[in-house]
Design a protein around this ligand. Structure first.
Ligand code: DP6
Length: 325
């Protein structure tokens, strides 16, 4: 059987950085995110008895180093469905992979939903989120709709994501500013292993529950100033841990910093906008819809910015009927 799923990427407002169980991908702390309408992965999966191995392409290129991780993920689904058939997987991102934008969240969420449906199984959202998490932690947050919380949990079954507000609840905009500084060099999963070596890591974890509560409340109240101030501080808090790991991780490039400074400058002029960054060199700029065009124009005029992608809150991963093969 063949199935196709489309999944949004998501941006974490309260970040996942560090695991308490690497095998199960249980995060050290909970996180909160929003699904992104403009960054999606579409994946078609077909289990086919004539295949001698899993065959996977991303954007028309046969995957190599990611193959093991993808096949291990398919194994989880095969085991649930009690099948041993190999799969053909064709996956496409609607954003250029060379930009350094993270695709593991949308990629593993789309793979999970497509593969589960291709086996003929029908699983509830919670189980899909638990499965997606084991492929890539942040992927579990791309399964539910809109604004999402991922609880850390202490077991496989208790660590999953759920919606705290639908996508229509709050129309905020995430402008992704893509810089011309190239791809990230240290993969997220590798970088995350160093979190515990930072002297600030335990302090970061101690304040987490309070931060999660404040962020959820700011979303509930649609309080943009409280929300923006909190998420910008949170992103820099995570990067402080990265920078003080041993060896240090510097994910922020001079281009990233130029954009952050420009946003602070714009804010000084009374236009509310806030930034958050992950392990790529792109910057996510959060603003209200009435300011999005103006901000996007300003950022695009900077020499370090090659492109901006406008995102609204979106629904989570779901099946579609148009297959990629
Ligand atoms: C900095 O989900 O890519 O983007 O579970 O090892 O695949 P793995 O990590 P991943 O980590 C994302 C880290 C982050 C913050 C976040 O999205 O919460």
């Amino acid at each position: 059987m063949k199935a196709t799923a489309v999944s949004p990427s998501n941006i974490a407002f309260i970040k996942y950085w560090g695991k308490k169980d690497t095998q199960l991908r249980l995060p050290a702390n909970g996180s909160i995110s929003m699904n992104l309408s403009g960054l999606t992965t579409t994946t078609t999966v077909e289990f086919n008895a004539s295949l001698k191995t899993d065959e996977c392409t991303i954007d028309d290129v046969k995957i190599e180093k990611e193959q093991k991780r993808v096949s291990e993920h398919l194994d989880r689904i095969r085991s649930l469905a009690h099948i041993s058939t190999y799969a053909k997987v064709v996956s496409r991102n609607n954003f250029p992979s060379s930009t350094g934008l993270s695709s593991s969240a949308s990629g593993f969420a789309a793979l999970t939903v497509a593969a589960v449906n291709a086996t003929g199984l029908s699983l509830p959202e919670k189980e899909l989120s638990i499965l997606a998490r084991q492929g890539s932690g942040s992927a579990c947050r791309s399964i539910p709709d809109g604004f999402v919380k991922w609880t850390d949990g202490n077991t496989n079954e208790s660590s999953y994501a759920f919606s705290i507000a639908p996508s229509s609840y709050w129309n905020i905009v995430d402008i992704v500013a893509i810089t011309n500084s190239g791809k990230k060099d240290i993969p997220t999963s590798e970088g995350m292993k160093l979190a515990e070596t930072s002297p600030f890591y335990q302090t970061r974890l101690t304040g987490m529950d309070k931060k999660l509560e404040s962020c959820a409340l700011a979303i509930k109240n649609r309080d943009f100033t409280t929300f923006g101030t909190l998420i910008e501080l949170e992103a820099l808090n995570m990067h402080a841990v990265m920078m003080t790991s041993n060896p240090p991780l510097l994910y922020l490039s001079p281009h990233t910093l130029s954009i952050i400074r420009e946003i602070q400058h714009i804010r000084g002029k009374g236009i509310e906008a806030y930034v958050t960054m992950n392990t790529g060199q792109d910057v996510h700029i959060l603003c209200l819809p009435e300011h999005s065009n103006e901000i996007s124009k300003i950022i695009q005029s900077l020499p370090c910015c090659t492109e901006t992608i406008m995102n609204h809150p979106s629904c989570g991963a779901h099946c579609i009927s148009n297959h990629l093969f």
